[in-house]
Design a protein around this ligand. Structure first.
Ligand code: PGA
Length: 255
């Protein structure tokens, strides 16, 4: 499957970094310098920064998403943020099931699946994160884990989603997956999705068209060889996205 069929997506996961002033400086620099690019560029700031970043990027090509959302739409859920509220803020994307949330907040596959469904209900593009731990890879369980995480999300019948393959051992460690390792996982995910959709089609969702991003210690230096892989359609970038020049260099790899 060639890249001509799928527009690359380059996403910045800012995690719990920046206060408003800092976030606006980065957003402003990106807006000024990004120019015309082949990639869709999405920023994922923390909740309190969202309104300011959305305002800063209004009428630009840059899109904004939330790092998480509640599986519920409203009600007595102290500390949660709903898809409806995020849509109201001007978000267009939501991360679902990032490994740090699975690890720190015990988000299991079924909950993540309901978050994907909640994002769809509010017209937010879900970016479902999947990935194996170092231990699971060492045990030869990588495909089992990826298959389970993807299949759980499909069970709720999402209208749409994008995928990020983020091997947990590569996140924030400086140990990037090799292009071959990433390709193997991406191809497996696309194959698994194709098989699942054959059995139970979801209108408007096609495995060949689904963007599958790679995440885990992406840098301007390793981005090109990863993107050269046929099933790697872009990046979810943590650490390197905090420096606008590094993030811009990763975006330019797509051009
Ligand atoms: P990293 O984070 O680029 O710092 O490894 C990626 C992520 O967690 O999305």
């Amino acid at each position: 499957m060639s890249h001509e069929r799928r527009r690359p997506v380059v996403a910045a996961n800012w995690k719990m970094h920046f206060v408003t002033k800092e976030a606006l400086e980065v957003a402003r620099t990106l807006r000024r310098k990004v120019g015309s690019t082949a990639a869709r560029v999405v920023l994922f700031p923390s909740f309190p920064l969202l309104p300011a970043v959305v305002r800063e990027l209004v009428e630009s090509e840059l899109e904004v998403g939330a790092q998480d959302l509640s599986s519920e739409d409203q009600g007595a859920h102290t500390g949660e943020v709903s898809g409806r509220q995020l849509k109201d803020c001007g978000c267009t994307w939501a991360l679902c099931g990032h490994s740090e949330r699975r690890r720190d907040h015990h988000e299991h596959d079924a909950l993540v699946a309901h978050k994907v469904a909640a994002a769809c209900r509010h017209s937010l593009q879900p970016l479902l994160c999947v990935g194996e731990t170092r231990e699971e890879r060492a045990q030869g369980r990588t495909f089992e884990v990826l298959g389970r995480q993807l299949t759980a999300a499909l069970a709720v019948g999402p209208e749409t989603f994008s995928l990020a393959y983020e091997p947990v051992w590569a996140i924030g460690t400086g140990e990037t997956a090799s292009p071959e390792t990433a390709q193997e996982a991406h191809a497996f995910l696309r194959r698994t999705l194709a098989q699942a959709l054959q059995e139970r089609p979801i209108p408007g969702l096609a495995a060949a068209a689904l963007p599958i991003l790679y995440g885990g210690s992406v840098t301007p230096e390793n981005a090109a060889s990863l993107l050269a892989q046929p099933d790697v359609d872009g990046f979810l970038v943590g650490g390197a996205s905090l420096d606008p020049e590094k993030f811009l260099a990763i975006i330019r790899v797509c051009d």
